[in-house]
Design a protein around this ligand. Sequence first.
Ligand code: ADP
Ligand code: MG
Length: 238
Amino acid sequence: MGRIQLKSVTKSFGDIQVIPPLDLTIEDGEFAVFVGPSGCGKSTLLRMIAGLEDLTSGDIEIDGEIATEVPPAQRGLAMVFQSYALYPHMTVRKNIGFPLRMAKMAQAEIDQRVETAAKSLNLMDYLDRKPADLSGGQRQRVAIGRAIVREPAAFLFDEPLSNLDAALRVGMRLEIGELHERLKTTMIYVTHDQVEAMTMANKIVVLRAGVIEQVGSPLELYHKPRNEFVAGFIGSPK
Ligand code: ADP
Ligand code: MG
């Protein structure tokens, strides 16, 4: 399960409305990419879905339940940030298991889930290391592992690869794609990178200044961009 619906969602900071009324449905199992220039509201939207930011008005529903009435930790969503947000004093094993310890899961179950996640992310040899002794790509895998162990209804990624060099980014894109193939869990992936959007998405949501310019598959956007902005952004002539 992992159907996410935004219904007339708005967001203002003070007097400034950064998201005018916005409607959007992400179907269960979709890989949706929010793409648009810096400052267009991608992170704000994702943070509202995650419950890290209040809505000014409107509703968000997750599998038909009004999410805004559910505390962030109980929404069944796992967020992965660009900055990894790992605990430097904890080993990889402890970092990945952290959300499960917080949820007071039995140790045996925690060990098992951490191991499964570590295997799927090629981290088995690094479980006893600290984040400082890992490469950027490995750190990002640990952050993804910490999301996987929770078996969330949806993963929310906020520009997770923008701190990595170009070669590593390509590899991690493939890994995240494979993860989606395997788990078939809803993923919402925020990026300002058109190539990432075009290669990873089932559904691309193009944003400009808090407004959805177009929603469609990569092919639809490429062949039938609705306006100059989408055409320019996605890179095909209109
Ligand atoms: P993106 O992730 O697409 O780069 P953001 O969602 O971070 O964009 O920001 C959207 C707009 O909201 C920007 O104009 C930004 O300056 C503004 N904004 C974001 N967070 C805050 C905040 N906490 N207070 C005031 N303005 C904010
Ligand atoms: Mg952002």
